[in-house]
Design a binder for this molecule. Sequence first.
Ligand code: GLY
Length: 269
Amino acid sequence: MIIAPDLASAESAVRSMLEGAQFGAAGSRVVIEECLQGREASVHALLDGHSALLLPLAQDHKRLLDGNEGPNTGGMGTVSPPAVPVGADFARTVEEQVLQPFVRGAQADGLDFRGLLFPGLMLTAQGPRVLEFNARFGDPETQVLLPRLRSDLLDLLEAAIDGRLSEMQPVWDERAAVCVILASEGYPDKPITGRPIEISPALTGERDLHLFHGGTRRDEAGRLLTSGGRVLGVTALGATVAEARTRAYAAADLIRFEGLQRRSDVGAA
Ligand code: GLY
């Protein structure tokens, strides 16, 4: 995917695909969409065939580098709730403009969709616009949503299967969560793996701090090594986004491996 900020770069991208075969046969068919400007927001909702239960909002940081520069990644960090508030009407707008039309459309197509729907939104000046629908939890959105969930996830998933979501009132931690991804050198193009990871013992026993292993393995000697692009997600809870952010980065500072890449502006307003 190429994000073209103006007509000239859009034309040049299309020429390089159709005439220059930039992406080989995969680039022989081109889809052109409106370039949406705004902040991204990740909505997660459980659906049970007729009703939707909205989970708290999260915000991903998709580009590799600070200030949303560099190549697109699977996500370099998340914050929930988003550092910049979305407004009191947001949940209702998403219900009315995204989730209910999805449920109606699925029913009209004879699709009994039950499970997790994750629409990626762009918050534009004209209101929320859907970029994509995923039928799965987001990564690393889940790393900030589940630490805030005080109810049992399994009860919610079973209610989605059984069509009982309208009876459910999950309890969410009021505190904020920030997840900072620690990625390998070369990610996202060609991650270099097999590097030893050092995690300071000072992190052991730290409350409301989670280390999610995304790309790690142990060697025969039991040493922890990097084994993928996104290696670890460091999630901390805090009374405010700023406090969660400070705690997540303080913990991330205590983890080392050669070539580690991370953004320094996850959760910054
Ligand atoms: N973090 C974006 C995704 O899971 O698709």
